[in-house]
Design a protein around this ligand. Structure first.
Ligand code: MF3
Ligand code: CO
Length: 270
């Protein structure tokens, strides 16, 4: 399928879906606690998406059985919620998506519970900032590969981390996963140009060790092969008809974090 370009009316619906995802992740962030099960997080997300008038895009996706992904410690992405109890010091990555009126949102964050190892915290902070650096590099008329280059450059400037190669970001719209695939590494100046109406999910995944991963017996959970802990952050953004970006899954549209890069977000969606 070709790259899908959204008109302003469609972008407005995508903002509703993205905001519901952002709010659901915020609720999860406020409620996650040592001692709870990952299934309890799934239930919170499911109820919140329903309350907001959306449906889950993860549930039933290639047979995926839950509403969110919860990946703990050496699990990097696509962990399936269940009876597992969260422990002090765990690094937990939560990925969530929702559909409103046929349009998708998709976002993720990582968080440490209780007493967090400072090296784990640094890894999460590096992963999060690399996502913002990637979005900041995705300005109108920039080449797509500038995003991955910015993500990789930032991560490598901060220390030795494994950047997952087999997974990356993607276009998003009337499907969760659309063209183009967005690498989290690479050189500048390659790939299609970023234009008004293009919506992309940017999602760096890193570990404190290897970039190599394997999928567990459950056919979903992606773990690092050296059992090093990982982090995953994701936001979906669009270039608006005024040529400015707007982060669909960020509650403030990305105003604060992109502002640090000197980037002004679109005010068309206020
Ligand atoms: N949200 C993930 C991504 O960012 C995909 C999750 S697929 C699921 O691309 F089936 F696991 F939900
Ligand atoms: Co995604």
């Amino acid at each position: 399928m070709a790259i899908q370009i959204k008109n302003f009316d469609q972008i407005k619906v995508m903002r509703r879906a993205g905001l519901l995802v952002g709010q659901t992740l915020q609720v999860l962030r406020e409620n996650i606690k040592v001692g709870m099960t990952t299934d309890a997080l799934d239930a919170i997300a499911s109820a919140n998406i329903k309350r907001g008038g959306g449906t889950s895009n993860f549930l039933g996706y290639h047979g995926y059985p839950k509403t969110i992904c919860v990946s703990v410690n050496e699990e990097i992405v696509h962990g399936i919620p269940g009876a597992r109890i969260l422990n002090d010091g765990d690094v937990v990555s939560i990925d969530c998506g929702a559909i409103i009126d046929g349009w998708h949102g998709d976002a993720a964050f990582s968080i440490g519970l209780g007493t967090v190892n400072p090296e784990d915290q640094k890894m999460m902070d590096v992963c999060e900032e690399s996502m913002w650096a990637g979005i900041a590099a995705g300005s109108e008329n920039a080449h797509l590969s500038n995003i991955g280059h910015a993500i990789e450059s930032y991560i490598n400037s901060q220390g030795k981390y494994g950047i997952l190669r087999e997974y990356g970001g993607h276009g998003i719209g009337t499907e969760m996963h659309q063209e183009p695939h967005v690498l989290n590494f690479g050189r500048k100046g390659n790939g299609p140009k970023i234009i008004q109406g293009l919506a992309l999910a940017i999602e760096p995944m890193i570990t404190r060790g290897t970039e190599k991963t394997k999928v567990l017996e459950d056919d979903w959970t992606v773990v690092s092969t050296d059992a090093s802990r990982g982090a995953h952050f994701e936001n979906s953004f669009v270039i608006c008809p005024d040529g400015k970006p707007f982060v669909l899954t960020a509650i403030d549209g990305g105003r604060e974090r992109l502002g640090r890069y000197g980037i002004e977000i679109s005010d068309l969606l206020d």
